[in-house]
Design a protein around this ligand. Structure first.
Ligand code: SF4
Ligand code: FES
Length: 248
């Protein structure tokens, strides 16, 4: 395949960025999207030009590092896959592909396609943990009964990889899907009850402090989420928030 690539180039967070055109030949349908960018970067390096900076780590859909806005969609046109798992067979010979960083005030650009998603880390730090007694008399987790439905819902919420596609997809740049997944994975389990009241308040407060917008029930986040995190988690977080607020 021969592709026309329109790629966002920005040397750093302080300098204005712009879209730059590149032509790339010999792209195979079995390449992943990131492998296609590797080929482009090899060409750029051989020509003595600056390679395109983009985030990646596991390349297996696990770590949540890869984060590209491809033709206006976070993680591109396929469903339930991250950019590293997106294959070039989703595109056709002669296609023009626009590649931009995830856009949100709370995700400032570091360079080219790399954005700073440490706002998510700070939301996690505000409450995404449980207290466990590790003094030697810890109760085995398997001795604590948990309803199968709750265990399943908690597990599904825990599959959120913190990629930020939900924020990039949302017209309000809301982080409610991410935050609600992190609240839900503990709210559904007995082990998560110790900090339940403060957790939801602290995580939502941090989410607001970071400058993410609010949820207006559009649902774009759920559609673009590579892990299929459900909007039900947002409803659960709102219930948890209400419960906590009435406790004072
Ligand atoms: S909810 Fe989905 S889109 Fe949002 S950070 Fe988690 S995995 Fe990524
Ligand atoms: S590089 Fe880890 S999820 Fe894509």
């Amino acid at each position: 395949m021969r592709l026309n690539l329109k790629i966002w180039r920005q040397p750093d967070g302080k300098t204005k960025g712009k879209i730059v055109d590149y032509k790339l030949d010999g792209v195979d349908g079995d390449m992943s999207f990131l492998e296609m960018l590797d080929v482009l970067n090899e060409e750029l390096i051989n020509k003595g030009e600056e390679p395109v900076a983009f985030d990646h780590d596991c390349r297996e859909g696990i770590c949540g590092s890869c984060s590209l806005q491809i033709n206006g969609e976070p993680h591109g046109p396929d469903r339930l896959v991250t950019t590293c798992q997106l294959h070039m067979r989703m595109f056709n010979d002669g296609d023009t592909i626009t590649i931009e960083p995830f856009r949100a005030t709370a995700f400032p650009v570091i360079k080219d396609l790399v954005v700073d998603r440490s706002a998510f880390d700070r939301i996690q730090q505000a409450g995404g943990y449980i207290s466990v007694n590790t003094s030697g008399n810890t109760q085995d987790a398997n001795n604590i009964p948990v309803r199968k439905e709750d265990a399943d819902d908690s597990f599904y919420a825990a599959t959120c990889i913190g990629c930020g596609a939900c924020v990039a997809a949302c017209k309000n740049a809301s982080a409610m899907l991410f935050t609600s997944a992190k609240v839900s994975q503990f709210a559904l389990l007995p082990q998560g009850q110790i900090e339940a009241t403060e957790r939801v308040m602290n995580m939502v407060r941090q989410m607001d402090l970071e400058g993410f917008g609010n949820c207006t029930n559009t649902g774009a986040c759920e559609i673009e989420c590579p892990k299929g995190i459900s909007l039900e988690n947002i409803a659960r977080m709102n219930r948890e928030y209400l419960k906590s607020s009435t406790k004072g």
